[in-house]
Design a protein around this ligand. Structure first.
Ligand code: ZN
Length: 430
């Protein structure tokens, strides 16, 4: 077990250091060895914990010196565990670890995007290597540490139909006509009969969303402005939530086509401890709040909106799964983990091999016993304080402090007087 020095990334969508809730800056200050200097006007967006070559975490050795975690793991494979080295090697795009663990503080929406699956990533990398720099899929998982909202997946088709029927600016941009209305109605009927797997629902959402993505800026820019203006003045053909979100997104990205994606994508709200997994080819965007994010293997992004960057429209419209379901269905369950003999831990285990996350929540003075994991892990305290014990060695922890725990070591966690919440990202091979 080692104390880690994480890295801090400043992007314009982060939370300024002077704001009351700049969690990434707060966490960064927990590691004095980072020599972090908070600036009131600088936005702090991400805390990186791992071996990614852009910002590899450093390890504090017993004598106080610092070494790159990546170098340590590449020199001593036993810390990763033989199964992990065999399956993932020690030279992933995230470094020696197959995953990167982060804390994100989101003040302003990030671009609406999707990540190509493995087969498409290979094709895109071959055809457009400047835009798609590797040939991997990029799975992502978000776990809220405070209230979070994001876009994830397509709305039930009835909601899309109702917006297309009611919102005149949307009709203009989509060039909606009786034919489109009829197709939407047929898709609503198909979904309400329960055969939502039917191609009709997907094809219809693809047709209508494709019309939005292909719209001409000369058409959608004035439409977005006029729509946001009407909603600021209180037009009420849609819910208060949709209205407020459209006004806010238009303030952040004026006249951007992504503002109109609000009519297509689910708005997912996560409370602390709730999570969502972003599978291949699912459209998503982080809108606001604070999360832990675990990701793997790639930088491939295809953007749909809320961005000044290029949109690869035809690739995007073709790649999406067009699965349509309600917002609650986008959440990832977190069952109690059977590896904690005290039952104080839940596991977020998405359907990919590169990572899973444990979340242990302890009342004051309570204890948790994690069985030895057969792979490496990174652990951060998100609230409270206490101690970790590994192999007879004890370390004090408090909010924001980050540790690396090597493979095949049991971990005991004891909460201090104010309780303790810790999140532990790990990889294990069955
Ligand atoms: Zn993403």
């Amino acid at each position: 077990m080692w104390t880690l020095i994480p890295g801090v990334q400043s992007y314009e969508w982060g939370v300024p250091g002077g704001a009351p809730n700049s969690l990434v800056a707060d966490f960064a200050e927990s590691t004095p060895e980072l020599h972090f200097q908070r600036e009131a006007n600088k936005p702090y967006a991400e805390l990186w914990m791992g071996t990614h070559p852009n910002v590899p975490s450093r390890v504090i050795q017993p004598d106080g010196s610092q070494v790159s975690l990546n170098d340590i793991l590449r020199n001593d494979h036993s810390l990763l565990g033989s199964n992990i080295v065999e399956k993932f090697g020690v030279d992933n795009s995230c470094g020696a670890l197959p995953f990167l663990f982060k804390v994100l503080s989101i003040n302003k929406a990030l671009s609406i995007q999707a990540h190509p699956d493995k087969a498409l990533a290979e094709q895109l990398h071959q055809q457009k290597p400047a835009m798609y720099k590797d040939d991997n899929h990029k799975p992502e998982m978000a776990i809220a540490i405070q209230a979070f909202e994001g876009f994830c997946g397509f709305r039930p088709v009835k909601e899309v139909r109702d917006f297309v029927t009611r919102v005149p600016e949307l009709r203009t941009v989509l060039r909606a006509d009786e034919v489109m209305d009829k197709r939407l109605q047929e898709a609503v009927d198909a979904q309400s009969r329960g055969d939502e797997k039917e191609a009709c629902v997907r094809d219809t959402i693809k047709l209508v969303f494709g019309a939005l993505m292909r719209a001409d800026p000369q058409v959608y820019e004035p439409a977005v402005s006029s729509l946001a203006g009407r909603y600021e003045r209180g037009a009420d053909e849609v819910s208060e939530e949709v209205r407020a979100l459209i006004v806010r997104l238009n303030q952040q990205y004026p006249k951007d086509v992504g503002v109109l994606c609000t009519f297509f994508l689910n708005v997912v709200h996560l409370e602390r401890g709730q999570a969502m997994f972003l599978g291949a080819d699912e459209p998503h965007a982080y809108l606001s709040g604070h999360i832990l994010e675990c990701m793997a293997a790639s930088d491939n992004v295809v953007r749909a909106g809320l961005t000044p960057k290029a949109r690869d429209v035809e690739v995007l419209v073709d790649m999406l799964t067009y699965e349509s379901k309600d917002a609650a269905a986008q959440r990832l369950d977190a069952p109690v983990w059977d590896g904690d003999s005290q039952k104080g831990t839940v596991i977020y285990n998405p359907p990919i091999p590169e990572f899973a996350v444990l979340l242990t929540t302890l009342a004051p003075g309570a204890r948790s016993e994690h069985r030895a994991l057969h792979g490496p892990s990174i652990i951060i305290a998100t609230e409270g304080s206490g101690t970790y014990t590994v192999n007879g060695k004890k370390a004090e922890v408090h909010t924001g402090r980050v540790f690396f725990v090597e493979a095949n070591q049991a971990l005991q966690i004891t909460a201090g007087v104010s309780g303790l919440i810790v999140a532990r990202a790990f990889v294990e091979v069955a």
